[in-house]
Design a protein around this ligand. Structure first.
Ligand SMILES: *Cc1c(COP(=O)(O)O)cnc(C)c1O
Length: 372
């Protein structure tokens, strides 16, 4: 089945008890044991297994083209679950530019468990090939990356990882499986912050890990059950509901982002637009090969400094100045000021998450904010 059909039907069946076509939310934390003490109906307690979470996991596995999905209470918890597959002495090759919390987890927490990391420019294939080591057990890639939208060649990253027996893990939050399919390009693990496009309405937190083999899924499921960072049944239900419109939302937002990128690029108050959909963007050729659309995230560098950039984001009327992304409402944020002092994010960069408003209104709003 095609992805639009899966988004609506995967993991969704009419309720056998009532015929309700919308599955009920199973809020129960505990389940009745059989007379012989067993659990023939396969549910015992909601931390290890919950029917509403199973429905969400079944849908996500099919959308990403994996065999299993394991859901968590946030994207960060999902990232931590992927890192739980590592052992002391293992080495991780990670991006210099990626979601800030991922770098923090590696530098401040995984380092204490004896996992070492090197951070490199993943958009440079030569660096990737040169910096992979015999002890490397995982390459972590985020493409296009946050917040500069640099692109990593996933086929090259997969080849490098597999040449030393390492896993390729991809944070696919920005493009979603609608625009980029890492498991088909050689990745072993896909991670998502479901808080973003999966939820799509800025009202639910979640994370997911999707894999293509049963052994790895079992290890992740065990970590989920024992670690306990599970999403609530209501959050799972909301996410499953939102996924039905994922293809249409992501493609519409992505098309609007390209229009906005083209408008901004020729604007006199703009120094540079980071967006792989622009033909002269350094990541365009690789992105065009491995994505079916370029996504709805833009890095917008204004002419000026941090103050100029913050001035622009304070003047928008339709676009809200707030963190996060992937919702139906457009959001803009000055990233450098909420990252640490050693951030590599340019001081004049505003990150724009293009929502589902009419792009003409967004362009008009940006124009008036830039003119001051
Ligand atoms: C938001 C985000 C995360 C972290 O997810 P949370 O749901 O906020 O924990 C990880 N990676 C990317 C690319 C993100 O945008």
């Amino acid at each position: 089945m095609k992805i639009e059909t899966l988004a609506i039907h995967a993991g969704r069946e009419a309720d056998p008890a009532t015929g309700a076509i919308v599955p009920p939310i199973q809020m129960s934390t505990t389940y009745e044991r059989d007379a012989d003490g067993g659990y023939a109906r396969s549910f015992s307690y909601t931390r290890p297994d919950n029917p509403t979470r199973h429905a969400l996991e079944a849908c996500l596995a099919q959308l990403e083209g994996g065999s299993h999905a394991v859901c968590f209470s946030s994207g960060a918890a999902a990232t931590m679950a992927v890192f739980s597959l590592l052992n002391p002495g293992d080495h991780v090759l990670a991006p210099l530019e990626c979601y800030y919390g991922t770098r923090q987890l590696l530098r401040e927490y995984l380092s204490r468990s004896g996992v070492t990391s090197d951070f490199i420019d993943m958009s440079d294939a030569a660096q990737l090939e040169a910096r992979v080591k015999r002890e490397t057990r995982m390459i972590w890639v985020e493409t296009p990356c946050n917040p500069t939208l640099k692109v990593t060649d996933l086929r090259v990253a997969a080849r490098c990882a597999h040449s030393v027996g390492a896993l390729l893990a991809v944070d696919n939050t920005f493009p979603t499986p609608i625009l980029q399919r890492p498991l088909e390009l050689g990745a072993d693990i896909v991670m998502h912050s479901s808080t973003k496009y999966f939820g799509g309405h800025s009202d639910v937190m979640g994370g997911a890990v999707i894999v293509k083999d049963a052994a790895r899924a079992a290890a992740l499921h065990a970590y989920q059950a024992v670690g306990g960072a599970v999403p609530s049944p209501f959050d799972c239900w909301l996410l499953r509901r939102s996924l039905s419109t994922l293809p249409i939302r992501v493609r519409t937002q992505s098309a609007a982002a390209l229009e906005i990128a083209r408008f901004l690029r020729q604007h006199p108050k703009i120094e540079r637009v980071c967006y792989p959909g622009l033909e002269d963007d350094p990541g365009h050729a690789v992105a065009a090969r491995q994505m079916s659309g370029f996504g709805a995230m833009l890095g917008v560098c204004v002419r000026g400094d941090a103050r100029t950039a913050m001035g622009v984001s304070s003047r928008t009327r339709v676009i809200t100045c707030a963190t996060s992304l992937g919702g139906v409402e457009s959001l803009m944020e000055h990233r450098a000021s909420i990252e640490s002092a050693d951030t590599l994010t340019p001081q004049n960069l505003l990150r724009l998450s293009v929502g589902l408003e009419n792009p003409e209104d967004l362009i008009e709003d940006l124009d008036q904010a830039l003119r001051g």
